[in-house]
Design a protein around this ligand. Structure first.
Ligand code: ZN
Length: 416
């Protein structure tokens, strides 16, 4: 793995203004998705600084790209289809887009970071031509087995021009939770302007920065997640590349996301009321005011203190604690708080690619979910708190022996 030296005076990846305002310094930690095989436990684990800053000019919150995207995403362990609620989200999306924009067998739907085809397969099932673009070859191979045509590439102007030259152009382009993972956000946005037809629609989903700030979701900050976006920042990025937003929806995914509908500046779509409303809410929340971002680090420290006290009290009382969900956000939380396998016996995850491995940093072993029923722990700490409803329903059986669920963010609490 190669390391890019952090710049002495980092600049904004969108507008290039100097980044002088810190949001939170999470210290040095391993990559949140670098799960370890047993033989690697004894080796030194690479750690990288994780420091989020906010740009005082455009208000893009961002972390330094200390690790090249090629190192992170070319053999990625994340398979979208292992989350039932995410697969359902994709099915509902496909049906809604087909109905709203008249997508049919003459259309082309392109998804960037199409993963294992969890989304495009719903368009394929409706007889609609698709093209997935996915940088991780192992994940793209799974998509192809499912009948989802997939190009293995990082997306940007070069890839868009190559695909256009090959005859591709898109009526609908989806970028779900990928804009945040792109180091060169300008090159990425410019690629859409190339590949999108004149009346094409680009939908962009991203976790809402307003929710991150208001609900202390500091654990969603990790090295692979370069940018943290508000509607107002996304509108600035679109404008810089000859595009505009015309609608926005709020989604419950990832602790509160936005889906922005974008098109070329010259396209016919009228601006929806929801867009005016969300602009106003962000303005009221102070998303374009630096003071809004101050004090965030102190709130993260309070979350840390509450989690450590809970683990400490439980240990003193002889209680057994395990974790559910080997999610990236869980690794940021555990490593920021300095939690180890002595405090949490194991974690479980339904993704077989994570089972039998160890969490980066904390070295907590990952098992299949059944391990919880064998161990009968007193507490199950739900790390992907955005899926707490789904997980507590699926694992309701822990109540048989008096087991309880705990959720760490925005402040540690037990579920009834
Ligand atoms: Zn900026």
């Amino acid at each position: 793995m190669s390391l890019i030296a952090p710049q002495a005076a980092p600049v904004c990846r969108f507008c290039h203004a100097p980044l002088t305002q810190s949001l939170i310094d999470l210290g040095s930690m391993p990559l949140a998705n670098s799960f370890l095989a047993e033989e690697r436990l004894k080796l030194a684990e690479p750690v990288y600084p994780l420091h989020a800053r906010v740009c005082g000019e455009c208000f893009l919150v961002q972390v330094d790209a200390v690790v090249p995207a090629e190192d992170i995403f070319s053999d990625y362990a994340y398979f979208s289809s292992y989350s039932a609620s995410w697969v359902e989200h994709a099915r509902v999306y496909a049906a809604a887009m087909i109905a709203r924009f008249g997508i049919n067998a003459d259309s082309k739907v392109v998804e960037i970071a199409s993963n294992d085809g969890y989304l495009l397969r719903h368009f394929v099932a409706a007889g609609i031509p698709v093209l997935g673009i996915e940088p991780a070859a192992n994940v793209a191979a799974v998509a192809r087995q499912q009948g989802v045509t997939t190009d293995v590439a990082f997306f940007g102007v070069k890839t868009a021009q190559r695909l256009k030259a090959q005859g591709h152009s898109a009526d609908l382009m989806a970028a779900n939770n990928v804009l945040a993972h792109v180091p060169d956000i300008n090159d990425f946005a410019a690629g859409f302007a190339v590949l999108l037809k004149p009346e094409g629609v680009w939908t962009i989903e991203f976790p809402s920065l307003m929710n991150l700030i208001q609900q202390a979701q500091f654990d969603t900050i990790y090295h692979e997640h370069y940018s943290y976006l508000s509607l107002s920042v996304v509108e600035r990025i679109l404008a810089a590349h000859g595009m505009r937003a015309f609608d926005v929806e709020e989604l419950p995914t990832h602790g509160g996301s936005l889906r922005v509908y974008a098109c070329h500046l010259t396209a016919q779509y009228e601006t929806g009321d929801a867009l005016f409303d969300m602009r106003e809410r962000e303005e009221d929340a102070g998303m374009d005011v630096l003071e809004t971002y101050q004090g965030f680090e102190v709130r993260a420290q309070l979350v840390k203190q509450a989690l450590l006290k809970f683990l400490d009290d439980a240990a003193r009382a002889g209680k057994k604690i395990v974790a559910y969900g080997a999610a990236a956000k869980g690794n940021t939380l555990l490593n920021y708080c300095g939690v180890t396998a002595e405090q949490i016996a194991f974690a479980v995850d339904s993704n077989p690619h994570k089972q039998g491995r160890y969490l980066p940093g904390s070295h907590i072993p990952v098992y299949a979910p059944d391990a919880i029923f064998a161990a009968r722990p007193d507490y199950v700490l739900i790390l992907p708190w955005n899926l707490a409803g789904e997980i507590s329903a699926n694992m309701a059986g822990i109540r048989e022996w008096g087991g309880k669920f705990a959720v760490p963010i925005p402040m540690l609490r037990l579920l009834d």
